[in-house]
Design a protein around this ligand. Sequence first.
Ligand code: HEM
Length: 505
Amino acid sequence: MHPSLSPPLQQPFSNNGLQYQPRLLLIPAPLILVIFISLTTLFLVLLLLCLQWRQPRIHKRLPPGSMGWPYVGETLKLYTENPNSFFSHRQKRYGDIFKTHILGCPCVMISSPEAARIVLVSRAHLFRPTYPTSKEKIIGPEALFFHQGTYHSRVKKLVQASFMPSAIKGSVSEIENIALRLLGTWKDTSLNTLQEMKKYAFDVAIISVFGNNKEDLEMEGIKHLYQCLEKGYNSMPLDLPGTPFHKAMKARRLLNERLKRLIEKRRQSGEQSSGLLGVLLEAKANDNKLNKDQEPMISDSQIADNIIGVIFAAHDTTASVLTWILKYLHDNPQLLEAVTREQEGIRSKLLNANRGLTWEDTRRMPLTSRVIQETLRTASILSFTFREAVEDVEFEGYLIPKGWKVLPLFRTIHHSPDFFPQPDKFDPSRFEVPPRPNTYMPFGNGVHSCPGSELAKLEMLIFLHHLTTTYRWHVMGDADGIQYGPFPVPKQGLPMRVMPKKKMT
Ligand code: HEM
């Protein structure tokens, strides 16, 4: 302590021979402590606010927009307003690039196709993907979507190789069996569309990842643990005993052990395994042959993280889109009949030849494919994606400071009347001509674009073939409204009543 500051507080001082106690010393010690803590807290809060609102060096060139209230920014507005109108109001007011502050982060929103292309494609190296740490912990930090650079491109090539048309062509009959098994349980019943679609998309994801090797017991265990994981993923990241997040982290460790056991078993058996796991194991075996003395390019824990990551990416997305398709077909009965006619044309060929669907059949479903395209646009289940500026970036005449989040707004672009006239109308015929470049990005764009787009479309076509030729459905309750969990889906997951198609006619 500095000597000139210490004495008065340590000793009472004299006044005309009378001992005078400064008032401060009459205050009880606990109260002093409370005052001290309050002042320190106030000081820290003020310091934080100053740091947060410290203007970057080149203040003038920040994009327009409002940073909202100190610390909370515009988060409350985003959560109380409909997220779509939150973005579109600001776009109308500030233009295609604007700043805001949500969830504790300064952000730049991007809603022009050209600017989104710069972030995702041409200058993608300046904008790294960014996710909350809790999500990385649950999925596994080595999953490809958290990475950039050499590791990302190596794993991405392998994942792409597993889901390109030539690789998934052979899975048509297996996917068809999954669809038929699920639809067989429907018969005259009420059900929750989203939950049913999740079952379907999950089973398809499992065979695409693990191949068709029959390790049923192992698979059941993996499915069960995965479901625990999923519950924790969308919960508060509170790692305390009893919380869903804690249970999910426990499930994640067990899942890792199971996957490692499965990997070892497949490696020992020496049999060629299919699916993504087969491709990853083969890549690792080839690495080992080439570089005997070096570390393998991909480790078993990297394989496990990517397996879990791909199941995550494949499952809820496809299930949410399928749920929207059923809603749009329900709301547009003439369109449903036209899709059914297209599918019945294929069905009669299959019946004549006494065979199931083939890849080639799925290439002859133009109207059904356009319904899928239009659903991906209208519902835009990934409304935006997150990136983070890795350095101060000069962008379209503005500064994006290092560390700021950058969000290309897919939904806003998909709903712009400049690119999609009457954007709120569900009109698959708009896809009779291809959309303008970079205006349609349901599967993203650039290095991180979706490697599973062909699989997603294939499984939706197969499902719609059997659904429209077998069943009709009525939405129960309030047919309109959206809920987020985490993707936007029709309210309550679209409860509906299904009945065999013949009974309707
Ligand atoms: C209709 C369903 C789907 C939609 C709408 C969708 C959408 C997307 C989008 C927009 C991205 C890019 C995210 C970004 O740039 O930050 C993405 C990435 C990804 N998707 Fe999909 N996806 C779907 C289905 C699938 C399926 C079936 C698989 C797996 C087979 C899959 C695996 C992935 C993976 C692994 C990535 C990360 C790629 C990377 O970071 O390089 N997705 N998806």
